[in-house]
Design a protein around this ligand. Structure first.
Ligand code: FAD
Length: 262
């Protein structure tokens, strides 16, 4: 539960602080109050966490050696809220760190101590599985394995399989261009995604790729995939599905000399 803001924090509009010189150097508590106040205007109360005990669970990702707490954590439930959060943070010059499941091992979802952590955990719906076009349309917070589970009744699955697939999200997979053992045959995330929709840091809606096998113009899909969330916040992804093999066998071979393994 969030307690009321610090005394005096609500007296002046955020824009008043913006107008002052040295905004970025403002004391952290004042900065936090400004940001929380701005985000309260665009989010329901339960979607905004800023008390220390509420934000501590977000202090690191899988790279647990590094930890810090953000000014606040937002958990939007609609794309309009994502866009509004980004617009407000952009106006206040607040860094935003997107977060999926927080399983990343490179510290990508580690908070910025003077920034906002944008959790996409509520974007967890599988919107469509189309066995004819062999595609699935999913929100960014859907777990990797959940896609294959939803496609299983059609004899299909989503090939990229990071070992964290039980927990990691497709939005995180897109940001990290994640792969797993199936990638030796089917390629990485970038080879298995048709379309990515999301929002720029200014809150502008963007679409990369298309539902077709190719999209006109520059191939920006392969720019967004692997961009570590730096170019846009992904909200929805169209992925390719592949047929389950009729038979799968594990084999192990050993070679005395690595050159003979080729
Ligand atoms: C046990 C274990 C095994 C793993 N095995 C593998 C493996 O086999 N292969 C592999 O590639 N990785 C592996 N990983 C790393 C990790 O699981 C992947 O990188 C995964 O894609 C991260 O997904 P996430 O949802 O947890 O993202 P997070 O950790 O939350 O975020 C990762 C990055 O993506 C960004 N991001 C997240 N969601 C969005 C979004 N919606 N829009 C924009 N940016 C976003 C974040 O800002 C951050 O930069 C493993 C991790 C663990 C803990």
């Amino acid at each position: 539960m969030n307690a009321p803001l610090p005394p005096g924090a609500l007296n002046a509009p955020a824009s008043a602080h913006l107008a002052s010189p040295g905004l970025l150097e403002a004391p952290r508590a004042q900065r936090q109050a400004d940001v929380v106040q701005a985000l309260r205007a665009v989010l329901p109360a339960h979607a905004l966490l800023w008390q220390q005990e509420d934000v501590v669970p977000y202090e690191c990702d899988g790279l647990t050696a590094y930890r810090t707490t953000p000014l606040c954590v937002v958990l939007p439930e609609t794309e309009e809220q994502v866009a509004a959060v980004l617009r407000a943070c952009h106006r206040l010059e607040v860094p935003v760190v997107a977060r999926g499941a927080g399983t990343g091992l490179s510290g990508g979802a580690m908070p910025h101590e003077r920034g906002v952590t944008l959790s996409l955990a509520k974007f967890n719906k599988i919107l469509q599985v189309d066995p004819v076009s062999r595609t699935a349309t999913v929100q960014c917070g859907v777990r990797n394995l959940a896609i294959s589970e939803a496609a299983a009744p059609y004899g299909l699955y989503y090939a990229p399989d990071p070992s964290s697939q039980i927990a990691c999200t497709i939005g995180g997979n897109v940001a990290e261009n994640s792969g797993g053992v199936h990638c030796l045959k089917y390629g990485l995330t970038v080879h298995n995604v048709l379309q990515v929709r999301g929002y720029t840091i200014e809150g502008e809606a963007v679409t990369f790729g298309s539902r077709a096998l190719d999209a006109a113009g520059l191939d920006l899909l392969s720019v967004i995939v692997g961009s570590e969330g730096m170019l846009a916040v992904t909200t929805e992804v169209v992925v390719k599905l592949v047929p389950k093999p009729q038979l799968a066998r594990c084999i192990m071979a050993s070679f005395d000399d690595v050159t003979r393994a080729g």
